[in-house]
Design a protein around this ligand. Structure first.
Ligand code: ATP
Length: 330
């Protein structure tokens, strides 16, 4: 059994123009100890998927259907009080800006102690303080920073504190939504290295969201690529590095500098994402797809599933119709 099994998840927001599904039939699994990435252009539904799992949806939002099974338990059926037993203890979340995770008027020490005591009420405060010190050591922060307020720390240090908080109760899954985007490149590297080191030490799984596809290719075991509320492709890291299969993933990869190959002009993907209030029939990427076929306009994409992953695209209904030369390598 996978640690997390998302099946046909649908999440609806209400906008001034009416309701729309920001997540519309998303399915994927995360295995124990796996780093699973969610990629895709802005607005494709990555954060909404993550917030749906972590019960952090904001605004007029609701889970309109589908299933979120965590270690065999259907999370969508839990009351808020029942879900509280999972939050931080089994599933924790690290958001983009540490200031969204930290209370600006509380010392770091109090916030870490609160995180520990919230679920382990029997723990003595002195024990919690010792654990807070150990958590600081885990993320390479000097213990004297426990006495500081968040604004007295650098952005990188704050994000390390948030990672320490996320780890406090040794959760099995940590959702990280753009955890290093707000930081400079050197600080980003230090934090990513730390996340990998801690993952190796503790064996938790990560749902990792970022715009940075090259970074994702460096650290994720598998990557799900979202487009307009749906998953276009799920691929192992090896598959992605050897050549993505969905034309959208190929376009995304061409929009980033190559990790290893020669310098080439970055192409980007012409066109823009569809209006989710009235999404197109058939394949949602069709309008921008250089390989679109007549059936892409009205038939739901063919789904090919194999050991490399899953790709939703009519090109794979007849594999010989696919032009291998179109495969993009990062
Ligand atoms: N609280 C909200 N109320 C209404 N619409 C929302 C809300 N949050 C997000 N949306 C819309 O839902 C869609 C998906 O947004 P989401 O933030 O999940 O995408 P994303 O892929 O995470 O984008 P980004 O990479 O920019 O964070 C977008 O059209 C967005 O405008």
């Amino acid at each position: 059994m996978s640690l997390l099994e998302i099946n046909d998840l649908r999440i609806e927001y209400v906008s001034a123009r009416g309701p729309f599904k920001a997540v519309d039939g998303v399915s994927f699994t995360i295995e124990r100890g796996e780093i699973f990435g969610l990629a895709g252009e802005s607005g494709c539904g990555k954060s909404t998927t993550a917030y749906g799992i972590g019960r952090l949806l904001r605004g007029p939002a609701r889970i309109a259907g589908g299933s979120i099974r965590f270690d065999g338990t259907e999370l969508t059926e839990l009351s808020d009080a029942q879900f509280d037993a999972y939050r931080w203890a089994r599933i924790s979340i690290v958001l983009q800006s540490a200031m969204n995770n930290l209370n600006p008027v509380m010392k770091i020490k109090e916030q870490l102690i609160d995180a520990i005591l919230a679920h382990r009420k029997a723990t003595l405060r002195s024990d919690a303080l010792r654990q807070a010190g150990e958590l600081m050591e885990l993320v390479d922060l000097p213990k004297d920073r426990l006495e500081r307020f968040p604004h007295e720390l650098s952005g990188g240090m704050r994000q390390r504190v948030v990672i320490a908080m996320a780890l406090a109760l040794r959760p099995e899954l940590i959702i990280m939504d753009e955890p290093t985007t707000a930081l400079d490149v050197i600080t980003q590297k230090g934090i990513i290295d730390k996340i990998i080191e801690l993952k190796r030490a503790f064996g938790f799984s990560v749902l990792f969201i970022t715009h940075d596809l090259p970074l994702m290719l460096e650290i994720c075991d598998r990557i799900g690529v979202m487009y307009a509320g749906r998953i276009a492709e799920i691929a192992t890291r090896e598959r992605m590095l050897a050549g993505a299969r969905h034309p959208y993933t190929q376009g995304l990869l061409r929009s980033f500098p190559s990790l290893t190959g020669p310098r080439v002009r970055l192409e980007g993907i012409p066109g823009s994402t569809p209006d989710l209030i009235a999404p197109p029939q058939g394949c949602r990427f069709r309008e921008r797809c250089p390989h679109a076929l007549p059936q892409c306009g009205n038939e739901a994409p063919f789904v090919l599933e194999d050991r490399d992953g899953r790709v939703s695209c009519h090109l794979y209904a007849k594999e010989e119709a696919f032009d291998e030369a179109a495969v993009a390598s990062p």
